[in-house]
Write a protein that binds this ligand. Structure first.
Ligand code: AMP
Ligand code: MG
Length: 338
């Protein structure tokens, strides 16, 4: 299999997930190629995290700024622990939540093979063991840490099914392993364990309450060094749909689509222009539907998207975080760093 250069678009090889596909995908990754594959959160765009050339191509393909570091994915907890220096608290979280939708930022191990470019030059490293059989089979076959940010162009809504991946990146990838919609639907929770504090950098698939239960205390707020956020790339406008998004809407204006949560629908909602994240008010179901519904509403000829309020607890924190970024002013659209 030849690896295609980024400037020569070609048909993306589509692989239905099976043992053969995982082996092939792993071999392409190990050879420096780009392969999109499912995880339990969203579809990831994989590249060998130890290969600066492959990582440079990944950044170029996504249009992602080089100062936004990537998460290294491996298939076992043992391999993950070897990549960094884990405090007692970090180890406790790793043991409780891996494999799963938790990313731990820890000091990189002295012999950490992840390239500088993937780490954006930082002395720390973000690590995750995904909980998806296809992801883990692909990672096992690759045999190296794999950087796998969401498989979308930077600034676009993250992909939760193979069609979303192709809509953004068809012809720019070497292969896509297809395995239906992802289960969780929002990205991993990112937690930094760089000193004695455990800090939440990004709400995600593991609710902060669950982390606090394991730690026996609440998480600290993210530290900032003046103006810079501790988690590079986490700036206001992420996950940007084309249409303006209005948060915590209690009524829908004429011409607006409605992103509903629970029932009844708010006054003014047109059922033909409404998608419900979860009629029963389930936050788990809402997270799984979030990006698909945002994409579908964004494709409608409407003036904006009125998003109903979501409770700020459990997975609701991650959903609210993503909606807040979807609603951020478009003046900062060039600062979309997904
Ligand atoms: P994603 O864009 O979903 O792949 O998530 C990557 C995010 O992880 C980045 O945008 C950062 O916010 C965070 N991240 C990765 N590496 C580090 C690191 N060394 N220190 C702090 N945050 C990191
Ligand atoms: Mg992303």
């Amino acid at each position: 299999m030849t690896i295609n250069s980024p400037d020569a678009p070609h048909a993306t090889l589509r692989l239905a997930a099976d043992a053969n596909a995982s082996r092939k995908a792993g071999a392409i990754l190990a050879g420096g190629g780009l392969v999109a594959f499912p995880t339990e959160t969203v579809y990831g765009l994989g590249a060998d995290a130890t290969d600066a050339k492959a990582i440079a191509r990944l950044y170029a393909t996504k249009g992602r700024p080089l100062f936004n570091p990537l998460i290294a994915h491996v298939d076992t907890v043992e391999k993950a622990l070897a990549l960094g220096k884990f405090s007692q608290q970090a180890r406790r979280l790793a043991e409780a939540f891996w494999p799963g939708p938790l990313t731990l930022v820890v000091p990189a191990a002295p012999d950490c093979p992840v390239c500088e470019l993937a780490r954006a030059g930082l002395p720390s490293l973000a690590i995750r063991v995904p909980d998806h059989p296809v992801a883990r089979a692909v990672l096992a076959a690759a045999g190296k840490p794999i950087a796998a940010p969401s498989a979308n162009r930077s600034g676009h809504v993250s992909p939760t099914n193979p069609a979303h991946v192709l809509a953004d990146l068809d012809g720019l990838l070497d292969a896509l392993v297809e395995a239906g919609p992802t289960q969780i639907g929002v990205e991993s929770t990112i937690v930094a364990c760089l000193d004695e504090e455990v800090r939440l950098l990004r709400p995600g698939g593991v609710p902060r309450e669950a982390l606090a239960r394991v730690l026996g205390h609440p998480l600290s707020a993210p530290r900032t060094d003046g103006t810079k956020p501790l988690a590079p790339g986490r700036l206001a406008s992420h996950y940007a749909p084309r249409h303006p998004v209005r948060l915590d809407a209690t009524a829908v204006n004429p011409g607006e689509a409605c992103l509903a949560f629970g029932t009844p629908l708010p006054p003014g909602a047109d059922p033909a222009l409404t998608l419900n994240l979860s009629e029963s008010g389930s936050l788990v179901e809402a997270a799984a539907n979030l990006y698909r519904h945002l994409r579908a509403l964004d494709a409608l000829p409407v003036t904006g998207i009125a998003a109903m309020g979501i409770p700020d607890a459990a997975l609701g924190e991650a959903i609210r975080d993503r909606l807040l970024r979807a609603a951020a002013p478009r003046e900062t659209a060039q600062e979309n760093f997904t």
